[in-house]
Design a protein. Structure first.
Length: 350
């Protein structure tokens, strides 16, 4: 849910007038009554046509876009790098669209960084899914009935989701290793108690702190080194991504075949194709005794807190674009310009 009742209360106090789609918060456990109490009006989805701005989680359907008046401000995860058609539709309609993915990842924009807030939730939930699917306990247990060795967990990709997965798996008592192509990550991984897998390969980082896509030769070298190590682990959580590109394949089918019975792969990159060759986006499958969990939109499995964090990100962006509820778009501002993916041509000229 893009706004929680708490966020509604704050935005109304600041000067916004808000309407909430009836029933939209139900699955995140935010009732219509709570929105009414917070001061919002409850409306049908068609009412979007009468609003100056719309905030939502994902992309709108084509039919919804058709109803929007030119100049309407739209905020959401709009997938600007992978959905050129959707962005073009918004542009043709004259919508002023802001993509949460495009907010610059600067200190100033930190409160609006929904990629980070949702990746944090996904990293945490990935470990809970793994612990639930694994037939092994995570912690070392010394009991009267003997000792149980701790689970060995490997996290591939140590960005925001990966670091949260490492911390969560450590809290559950697993012995955690991690790998990322960005060399800067090794220190962060060590500081939260995981071992960094040294594969003898150094990737590069872009100015924005993202991974640069590996060359085919680098990819192959990484693949060979990783393939030899992966079967040592009980659980592999993969989060490797390169913005706007398909997820790199880090676990080929042959490596899954070499993993032991009862191993678990949680592929958080499923949405962009998956880091495991056998991942089926949106599904959990078993292959030769290995569970491969390719669920997409994992933050939606923790809807209340995912919404709380997202609503704070959205509120911060709304206050930035419309302080006190008055729209004041400044395209010389790096956050406004960076997040904007379409705007009417007249404004471009201005
Ligand atoms: P992401 O979701 O794009 O990617 C996840 C991880 O996968 C990254 O760490 C990336 O290096 C890694 N990866 C890519 N290809 C790989 C491969 N072939 N093998 C192994 N790992 C691979 O990244 P993210 O989590 O959104 O964040 C990336 C960076 O942005 C981090 O450095 C993070 O600290 C930084 N960041 C900065 C800010 C800020 O300054 N406000 C906010 C958020 C994130």
């Amino acid at each position: 849910m893009a706004l929680t009742p708490e966020a509604v209360t704050k935005l109304i106090a600041s000067g916004f007038e808000l309407a909430v789609e009836r029933g939209a918060g139900t699955s995140a456990r935010f009732t219509d009554e709570a929105y009414l109490d917070a001061g919002a009006e409850l409306v049908a989805p068609e009412a979007a046509a009468d609003c100056a701005g719309i905030v939502r989680v994902g992309r709108p359907e084509p039919a919804e876009v058709e109803r929007l008046a030119a100049g309407t401000v739209l905020i959401g995860f709009l997938q600007p790098l992978s959905d050129a058609e959707g962005v073009e539709r918004l542009r043709a309609q004259g919508v002023v669209a802001f993509a949460m993915e495009s907010i610059p990842r600067t200190t100033r924009a930190q409160s609006m960084d929904a990629l980070s807030s949702q990746a944090t939730i996904a990293g945490y939930k990935a470990v809970l899914l793994a612990a639930d699917r694994s037939p092994k306990l995570f912690p070392l247990l010394m009991t009267a009935a003997g000792t149980i060795a701790p689970a060995r967990v490997l996290v591939l990709g140590a960005g925001v989701a990966g670091l949260q997965a490492i911390a969560t798996a450590r809290r559950l008592g697993a012995v955690v290793s991690a790998f990322d192509v960005r060399p800067a990550v090794a220190e962060q991984v060590a500081s939260i108690g995981a071992a960094f897998l040294d594969l003898g390969l150094k990737g590069e980082e872009t100015e924005g702190g993202y991974a640069r896509e590996l060359t085919p030769e680098q990819q192959q070298a990484q693949q060979d080194a990783l393939s030899a190590r992966i079967p040592d682990f009980d659980v592999v959580i993969t989060t490797a991504a390169v913005p706007g590109r398909p997820a790199p394949t880090l676990i080929p089918a042959a490596v899954v075949d070499a993993m032991h019975e009862g191993s678990v792969i949680i592929d958080l990159a499923a949405e962009t194709g998956g880091n495991c060759e056998l991942t089926q986006p949106g599904r959990e499958i078993e292959h030769g005794g290995v569970m491969i969990v390719g669920l997409t939109n994992v933050p939606s499995l923790m809807p209340a807190d995912a919404s709380r964090l997202y609503a704070r990100n959205v509120s911060a962006l709304l206050e930035h674009l419309a302080p006190g509820g008055e729209l004041a778009l400044d395209f010389d501002d790096e956050i406004t310009a960076g997040a904007c993916v379409t705007r009417p041509t007249a404004e471009v000229a201005a």
